[in-house]
Each structure stands twice: as structure tokens, then as C-alpha cells.
Design a protein around this ligand. Structure first.
Ligand code: IMP
Length: 425
């Protein structure tokens, strides 16, 4: 069975934990888009792992992990992540980590321009400043440097020379910065190539070979549907296809090979960075959601406090459509445990009209008001519950309401950060 797992909101839905859970029955785990802007948290016993680039499946023995062509890779960050895992006795090497030759490389000038653009007052996206956008810009502009280029001095030479001619002009003339040094970059990136050469492979052939051998593959989405460059709250999005289709283009596996798509949805909504968020809360209620539970709502990659709000079904229904979701996994249900009342937005009001289908107009998203349905809270701790039928009646009603409003079954519930705090329906 080949499964794609995606975030249904603005990322940070708790995908890391669900991926870890599903990877138990999986042979291969694959990242297909994004880069080290992601932060997937997995808690095993008393140990917490935060992975930014390497699929979280690496934490289980005898699994193979892939970083597909759709991912953008900062080789320095990748080498540091490999070292961090090794220091913590996790087995990582070219035998269980395969990196696509065609994945684009994040260069220092990408990080620099990401930061410089963010410092402009107009049009801030609130990016992670990891160089993600500028790297995808170069990829689409056909001037990207790919992982395989780090293995060839001649390829890297002409690409870097060509790119630096332009980028140094931009840095100097537009931003008043110093340019970047060709010699220094060449030396540094060829060295990364040497260190990573055994990992860099034809992952298209290798992955399809495993699929033809009937191995189970889990495609691990990063970020969330509303951050998709096509389907999200554009332009306040990341620069990749975070939705299920990205799993095919980002790995070279055809759509006929995908058996199932699972969406991960937090029991409420959060977002980091700028951009519209119709159900956003402020003040005491936002703080309550942000600080409840053992892990608060603070970015895993950047430490930024996340914006918090009620569950938005207009958003999740759009996710059901664009990902073709078969089922949902709900996370952080326990965060709602002690609330008297919970609110679910099922439509927006904009001027005199009600909107049930996700609007693509930024103007509407920024100025609509959410229309809420009130649900009574269950006021019972759920963190230790192990069986679906043992959940409080009101929690079951909340879950069945979500199923009704999305038309999709909920098969997995997470009631805490630990592996065991998971209920399968
Ligand atoms: P970028 O991906 O760094 O270019 O950032 C673009 C937008 O996506 C910003 O709003 C970020 O906060 C957001 N973003 C990127 N990665 C993640 C993530 O893993 N979780 C949540 N938001 C993210």
C-alpha cells in the first residue's frame, strides 16, 4: 500500500507523530517537497526528535528513507541533521537514506535574498528565511543547482559562474550588500558533494523498483495545504506543492501507484507567518490554545509563537478536494479538554453573502468573518484514553460533526505527543 500523508491546514498539524505511527507498517518513507523550513516532531519514550529534512521514518530500524527531487536541500543543514541523528545513536547512512540527484540545492545567496526580501516592509510573507522561495524560483527559472552538480566540478563551475554574475549584481545594486565569493562557494559546495556522494542517487529508479517489489511506501508531506503555492492562501504560502499531487511530481512516482491519501488535521487551527487566517483568535483564548498541553504552539524550526484559532471547515473541505482525501487523522484533541464551549466555522460571511467554498480571492479571505457553530466541551481529560468508544460523549459528537462537515471518515486520533497517546478507530 502506498500512502500520501498531507497537512490539511497551514502546517504544524502534528504530521511527524502520525508519520511515525504509520511508518511502523511501511518499508519506505519519502519526503517530496519543501526543505528544512519543516519541523517534524517525534517523541519516543522520553526522547524528542525534531527533524527538518530527513523523513521521520529514519527513527525506526530497517526502514529506507528517500529525499525526492521535489525537495530543496541545504547540504550543510542535511549533514548537520545526519550528524545529530548519529550522535543520538540513530543509524543513518547511504544504505537507508537516498537523496535524489535532481533535488535543487539551497545556496547561501538564496538564504541571503530570502532574508533581504523579508526585510522589505511591503509584501512580507513571514518566511522561515531558510532560502526556500529563492531556491524554487531558480528551479523554475532553470538556473538551479542540483545535488548531482555537487559531484561535478565542471557542472558546478559553469552554473555557479553564470548565477553569481546575476546574483551579485542584484545583491550589490538592489540591496547594497557585498557580493558572494565564487571561490569560497566552489570549495565549500564541492566538499559537501564529497561528503554526500554516496547518498546521491537515481531515486526515481530505486523508488519505483521498490514499488514494483510491492514494498509499502509512505509519502510524507511537509507544511500544509493552505501553504501550497497553487492552492493555498497565495501569496502567503511556501513555494512548493504541499498537496498530494506533489508526491508524484516530487518523486517521479506515477499517480496510478498511489493507493490512499490521508490528511492530518489539528482539532483547532494554527498558522505561522503572515497571511489571512479567518478564524484567528486574539487575547486570552488564543493564549490558552497556544500554551495548553505538554507542547505549546511555538514553531519547531524558528521558535515563533503560532497564531491560534478555531477549527475552519471551509479550509479543511478545500483540503479534502485538492488532495482527494480518503480519511483524516485528528491531532491535539486533548488541547480542547477543559473548554466549556468549542467553536467550528462552517462558512464565511463576506459583505452580504455566505461562502461555503474556499474563496481564492485574497480580498475575501482578508475581510470575511467566520460564521461559527457552537459545540459543548467535554470537560474530561482525554490524554490517557486508549479506545475510541471510551472517549467522552461530547468529544465523540465533535468528531462526528467534523466527519459530517467534511464527508471524510476520521480513523486516527491523537490525544498527546507520545506514541502511545493515539487512538485508532
Ligand atoms: P518559507 O517556506 O520559509 O518560504 O515560508 C513561507 C510561509 O510558509 C511562511 O508563512 C512560513 O511561516 C510558512 N511555513 C514554512 N514551513 C512551515 C512549516 O513547516 N510549518 C508551518 N508553516 C511553515
Amino acid at each position: 500500500m502506498n500512502i500520501v500523508l498531507v497537512g490539511t491546514q497551514w502546517g504544524d498539524e502534528g504530521k511527524g507523530k502520525i508519520i511515525d505511527l504509520l511508518s511502523e507498517d511501511t518499508d519506505i518513507i519519502v519526503r517530496y517537497q519543501g526543505g528544512n523550513n519543516a519541523g517534524h516532531t517525534v517523541i519516543i519514550g522520553e526522547e524528542e526528535f525534531i527533524l527538518h529534512l530527513i523523513p521521520s521514518g529514519i527513527l525506526r530500524p530497517n526502514k529506507e528513507c528517500f529525499i525526492g527531487n521535489g525537495v530543496v536541500i541545504d547540504p550543510k543543514a542535511l549533514l548537520e541533521e545526519i550528524q545529530m541523528l548519529r550522535d543520538r545513536n540513530v543509524d543513518v547512512g547511504p544504505h537507508n537514506l537516498h537523496i535524489s540527484k535532481s533535488a535543487n540545492v539551497i545556496m547561501p545567496y538564496h538564504k541571503l535574498t530570502d532574508r533581504l526580501r523579508e526585510e522589505e516592509a511591503i509584501g512580507r510573507i513571514g518566511t522561515t528565511k531558510r532560502g526556500i522561495g529563492p531556491t524554487y524560483l531558480d528551479k523554475a527559472g532553470r538556473v538551479g543547482i542540483r545535488m548531482v552538480d555537487l559531484l561535478s566540478e565542471t557542472q558546478l563551475t559553469w552554473k555557479l559562474k553564470r548565477n553569481l554574475k546575476e546574483i551579485n549584481l542584484i545583491l550589490q545594486k538592489i540591496y547594497g550588500e557585498k557580493g558572494v565569493s565564487y571561490d569560497q562557494l566552489m570549495e565549500e559546495y564541492l566538499e559537501y558533494g564529497k561528503k554526500l556522494q554516496d547518498y546521491i542517487k537515481d531515486t526515481v529508479s530505486l523508488l519505483n523498483f521498490h514499488i514494483n517489489q510491492k514494498k509499502n511506501v509512505l509519502f510524507e508531506g511537509a507544511q500544509g495545504t493552505m501553504l501550497d503555492v497553487d492552492h493555498g492562501t497565495y501569496p502567503f504560502v511556501t513555494s512548493s506543492n504541499t498537496t498530494a499531487g506533489g508526491a508524484c511530481t516530487g518523486t517521479g512516482v506515477g499517480p496510478t501507484k498511489i493507493d490512499k491519501v490521508i490528511g492530518v488535521m489539528k482539532a483547532y487551527t494554527t498558522r505561522v507567518g503572515e497571511g489571512p487566517f479567518p478564524t484567528e483568535l486574539e487575547g486570552e483564548m488564543a493564549d490558552k490554545l497556544r500554551n495548553a498541553g505538554p507542547i505549546g504552539e511555538y514553531g519547531r524550526s524558528t521558535g515563533r509563537p503560532r497564531r491560534c484559532g478555531w477549527l475552519d471547515m471551509v479550509v479543511v473541505r478545500r483540503s479534502v478536494l485538492v488532495n482527494g482525501l480518503d480519511s483524516l487523522a485528528i491531532t491535539r484533541l486533548d488541547i480542547l479538554d477543559d473548554l466549556d464551549k468549542i467553536y467550528v466555522c462552517n462558512k464565511y460571511k463576506y459583505k452580504d453573502t455566505y461562502i461555503e467554498d474556499f474563496p481564492e480571492e485574497l480580498e475575501i479571505l482578508q475581510n470575511c468573518t467566520p460564521v461559527y457553530e457552537e459545540v459543548k466541551g467535554w470537560k474530561t481529560p482525554t490524554a490517557e484514553i486508549k479506545e475510541f468508544t471510551k472517549l467522552p460523549q461530547k468529544a465523540l459528537e465533535y468528531i462526528s460533526k467534523i466527519e459530517d462537515l467534511t464527508g471524510v471518515p476520521i480513523n486516527i486520533l491523537s490525544v498527546g505527543p507520545k506514541r502511545l497517546q493515539t487512538i485508532k478507530k
